[in-house]
Design a protein around this ligand. Structure first.
Ligand SMILES: Cc1cc2nc3c(=O)[nH]c(=O)nc-3n(C[C@H](O)[C@H](O)[C@H](O)COP(=O)(O)OP(=O)(O)OC[C@H]3O[C@@H](n4cnc5c(N)ncnc54)[C@H](O)[C@@H]3O)c2cc1C
Length: 394
């Protein structure tokens, strides 16, 4: 019997499209809640998309209270990951340090720190000297203040994806890799199946977690998901001698330069190149290191001479018009749920997003009200949703 015919009779209660950290978290949370017959389809290998980033920052320092809550809830889940779902993901609570060179930025971050503290985040505005003590690479005369939260840090996205998927499988979910979704079957305004390279799966629920490729899945359902791919790159210095001190995940807010330790004796260097045009290109190419070095000469001069001896990595930011996520259930079709468009902060929100999508699927009240993140907010049909810009992103 051919593979296609074998799978022609296959069905699932919910089909998740995408095996990155968002799809994996959703699969785990659904399976843990006892949803039978969860099927995750990934066209390549797990974590082969944006979630393949070697190290991912995790934090609760945001300007929007909704993002603060998602970050905070997720930080707790990342720390508890060895117990639930049960895997080592290398969490290091080194803190996040935002360098602020303009008084106006310092004032805005001071306001955000107040909001964060009201919500229980242990953040603070530091003097340049205090920031320098935490991160000796920075030039204190080049900034007016810095925002810091010690509970932020980083972890390993690849290990997190595998941890979620292993646990999801243990709880009964099916995970199929190298199996692309090619279309959806509908009966009027009802989804009835998912077409794949290996045949059709009957289902009444599709959950789109396809990252930068989500707009294409939306088109299959007739749902507009405004997600645009944008290449972002990091360079690895490789081992340094002497070994660098442990420093916070440090970002220069005005230039977008950022850097932090890797898992050994090197540093990870990053920068948002304004010349980068949208597109699906994912090859690493180091031309952005020049503007990185120009910014480093001002804020962290020792970094300006560092090379990408350890190689580099390129992935896609999955951008939305207001750089906030799209999370919800489409109104015009039954049932199409989506969790995408994280615009560069999807790893850090993944645990909370998994819980929320589980609850949307079950019709239960989610732990954080994500109605403002409905994709409708860009089309005017959003009810109480509206465009909500997030300031603490680069
Ligand atoms: C350089 C860089 C640095 C970043 N730094 C951070 C950070 O510090 N902290 C942070 O929180 N976030 C960071 N991000 C963002 C973060 O990586 C993403 O937001 C997150 O990985 C998104 O996860 P996802 O599961 O939505 O998407 P992905 O990991 O891209 O997964 C989507 C999956 O869907 C699959 N797929 C697509 N189409 C189909 C189809 N038709 N059928 C089946 N499968 C399909 C893809 O193959 C892919 O595996 C960074 C991103 C980059 C590029």
């Amino acid at each position: 019997m051919s593979l296609t015919r074998e799978r022609a009779g296959e069905s699932a209660e919910a089909v998740i499209v995408g095996g990155g950290v968002i799809g994996a978290s959703i699969a785990f949370h659904l399976a843990e809640a006892g949803v039978e017959d969860v099927l995750l389809l990934e066209r390549d290998a797990p974590a082969s998309g944006s979630s393949g980033k070697p190290i991912g920052g995790i934090r609760a320092q945001f300007s929007d209270p909704l993002n603060i809550r998602l970050g905070q809830r997720s930080l707790a889940a990342w720390r508890a990951f060895p117990d639930r779902p049960g895997a080592e993901i290398g969490v290091e609570s080194v803190g996040y340090l935002f360098l602020l060179a303009a008084e106006a930025d310092a004032a805005a971050f001071r306001g955000a720190v107040d909001v964060q503290r009201e919500l229980g985040v242990d953040s603070a505005l530091l003097t340049p000297r205090e920031a320098h003590r935490l991160c000796p690479y920075i030039e204190p005369r080049a900034i007016v203040a810095a925002a810091y939260s010690p509970d932020d840090g980083f972890a390993l996205p690849g290990a997190a994806v595998h941890g979620y998927l292993t646990a999801a499988r243990r709880l009964g979910a099916r995970v199929r890799t190298h199996c692309a979704v090619t279309g959806l079957d509908r009966d009027g305004d009802r989804i009835t199946g998912v077409r794949t390279e290996a045949g059709t799966v009957r289902t009444g629920t599709v959950i789109c977690a396809a990252g930068a490729w989500s707009a294409q899945i939306g088109v299959m359902a007739g749902v507009e998901l405004p997600v645009t791919p944008l290449r972002r790159q990091i360079a690895l210095t490789g081992p340094l001698r002497p070994a660098p001190p442990r420093i916070p995940f440090t970002l220069d807010f005005s230039s977008t330069l950022y850097f932090h330790n890797d898992t050994a004796d090197g540093l990870v260097l990053g920068f948002s190149d304004p010349r980068q045009r949208p597109g699906f290109e994912r090859e690493f190419s180091p031309e952005w290191l020049e503007p990185f070095r120009a910014a480093a000469r001002l804020r962290a001069p020792a970094l300006a001479g560092m090379a990408d001896a350890g190689g580099g990595w390129a992935g896609l930011y999955e951008m939305t018009p207001d750089r906030n996520a799209l999370i919800g259930q489409a109104a015009g079709i039954s049932r199409f749920l989506y969790a995408t468009g994280f615009s560069g902060h999807g790893f850090l929100q993944a645990p909370a997003v998994g819980e929320i999508v589980r609850d949307l699927f079950l019709g239960a009240p989610p732990p954080v009200d994500v109605r403002p993140l409905s994709a409708d907010r860009f089309s005017g049909g959003a009810g109480d949703a509206a465009v909500r810009p997030e300031a603490h992103i680069i």
